[in-house]
Design a protein around this ligand. Structure first.
Ligand code: DC
Length: 230
């Protein structure tokens, strides 16, 4: 992209496991923008909570979590080998751990805690001050960057999403059942859409992208056509 063209903020929100991060990462690479997977930050806090027995079987000890927030340092570091912005928690690279099903099964209740959201939204906001950023999540276009120049709301059929996630996890060697994954996806959507704190909503000015029957390349082309030519 022409470097003289002003940088913008691109917010990508949508349902669980519909490939938001994949599109956002490829878009950022193409535009030479920073990519931030905000879900990874909620997953990092969840991993901390799991390790410290603050969340178990989807039940969060809110008071203990709030008391521990000052001890939780979440940040991204460029991995020079993979050229990937890995997520770190208190000095440890946790890029792989945060994708475990146990984390997926406990992240929604952790992400529903107001103080967790305040902490992470403040960090996310700082990351976008200079623009030139693609951030994906659930509340990026509605809460984190309501002024974003481009907002996209992504979704896909639950069966398609479950199959993609199943293929991804089994390829990594995890033993999971398709039914378990589908149930987790549907449950996370329900939880994210009905929580009191920043529920998942399509911003009124967000463009809808249903990628159920689209390839990665088609999605990227589709989004690239929306980039404003300033
Ligand atoms: O995008 P993901 O599936 O990795 O996100 C994990 C969870 O984090 C998701 O179930 C809801 C929560 N989340 C959120 O509440 N707000 C965001 N901006 C991003 C994720």
């Amino acid at each position: 992209m022409d470097p003289l063209i002003s940088k913008i903020v691109i917010a990508i929100d949508g349902h669980s496991s519909c490939g938001k991060s994949t599109v956002a990462r490829e878009l950022a690479r193409k535009l030479n923008y920073i990519f931030i997977d905000s879900g990874a930050m909620y997953r990092a806090v969840t991993l901390y909570a799991l390790r410290n027995h603050i969340v178990e079987n989807g039940i969060v000890d809110r008071e203990k979590l709030k008391a521990d927030l000052s001890k939780i340092k979440v940040y991204f570091r460029m991995n020079s080998q993979t050229q990937h912005n890995d997520i770190w928690l208190n000095g440890e690279n946790i890029e792989d751990e945060i994708r475990l099903l146990e984390v997926s099964q406990n992240v929604s209740p952790v992400a529903a805690v107001a103080e967790v959201r305040q902490l992470l939204v403040t960090l996310q906001h700082e990351m976008g001050i200079e623009k030139g950023i693609v951030m994906d999540g659930r509340d990026i276009g509605t809460v984190v960057f309501p002024e974003a120049e481009l907002k996209i709301f992504m979704t896909a059929l639950p069966d398609v999403r479950a199959q993609r996630r199943f293929d991804e996890l089994t390829a990594k060697g995890e033993t999971v059942s398709y039914e378990q994954i589908r149930a987790n996806i549907v449950e996370r959507d329900r939880y994210d859409e009905t929580r009191d704190e920043s529920p998942l909503r399509r911003a009124t000015d967000a463009v809808l992208l249903d990628n159920s029957y689209m390839t990665r390349e088609e999605q990227l082309d589709w989004v690239m056509n929306l980039i404003p030519k300033i």
